[in-house]
Design a protein around this ligand. Structure first.
Ligand SMILES: N[C@@H](CCC(=O)N[C@@H](CS)C(=O)NCC(=O)O)C(=O)O
Length: 252
């Protein structure tokens, strides 16, 4: 069966979602600036699923946080009595459990391509754009902690490579990463590239990638994305990042 509005073929499960319950029982837990929290909240918004947000900043690393996420990370999704962590599991669940425009292609190869991009964001985009450069250039300085230039220098060639790969892929001329339809891949890519774009390095190198810049502009123009950005609080410092220096700041 084909959905005329979205042009994706729909599986039985997408036409008859296993569970479409009152939307007010959806809660995202995390800290407000988290890249991965943004992925989940954008996907929920695009699906038209209302949710509340619980700010875990004061609880990060505490017993109450670890009871929800044993690996000391965010986001966490609660849907009624169901609690889930790991962003790709959450995004897929949201797409499949709720009505709203499907964000996973039904075509097996297109879906594989989407999953390739999601895995690439997790392995090659987020770690260098955010964990290395954005933390060193924005998160630590906002807390009065000096940038480690070695960390930035290590990451920049990897960021450039990642942008070259994305630029080449977007050379297909279609609007979105996998093709003419929005998929989860676009929402995985957007938050890392947004935050890296706030750094001086991002501002300097983005103009070298015109198809990527056009994709960013297209994504930022989506009503969902505009509403999401407008709903966010000011970008206050991430207080619990003070402990990253001893827990998991990269060292070279
Ligand atoms: N594999 C996890 C990664 C999540 C992740 O790294 N989240 C970051 C925020 S964007 C985090 O929780 N950082 C907290 C910390 O490092 O203390 C997922 O896909 O959800």
């Amino acid at each position: 069966m084909v959905c005329l509005q979205c042009k994706f073929s729909l599986s039985w499960r997408q036409i008859h979602p296993a569970k479409v319950t009152a939307m007010t029982d959806v809660v995202v837990l995390g800290f407000p600036r988290s890249t991965y929290v943004h992925i989940v909240r954008l996907v929920l918004a695009q699906k038209g699923v209302a949710h509340s947000f619980r700010d875990l900043e004061p609880e990060m690393g505490s017993a109450s946080h670890l009871a929800l996420h044993p690996f000391d990370r965010v986001p966490i999704l609660q849907h009624g009595d169901f609690t889930l962590y790991e962003t790709s599991a959450i995004a897929t669940y949201v797409d499949e459990a709720f009505e709203g425009p499907p964000l996973q292609p039904n075509d097996v190869r297109a879906r594989a391509r989407m999953n390739q991009w999601i895995s690439s964001v997790n392995s090659y985009y987020y770690p260098y754009m955010i964990y290395h450069v954005t933390h060193e250039r924005l998160v630590f300085p906002e807390l009065g902690i000096a940038s480690d230039e070695k960390v930035v220098a290590h990451a920049l060639p990897k960021v450039q490579r990642a942008l070259e790969v994305l630029e080449k892929a977007l050379g297909h001329g279609a609007d979105y990463i996998v093709g003419s339809e929005l998929t989860l891949a676009d929402f995985f890519m957007l938050p890392s590239t947004y935050a890296f774009g706030l750094t001086e390095e991002g501002k300097a190198i983005y103009p070298k990638y015109p198809s990527f810049c056009e994709w960013r502009a297209r994504m930022e123009a989506l009503p969902t994305v505009k509403r999401f950005r407008a709903s966010l609080p000011p970008r206050n410092p991430i207080e619990h990042a003070r402990k990253w220096g001893v827990s998991h700041r990269p060292k070279y």
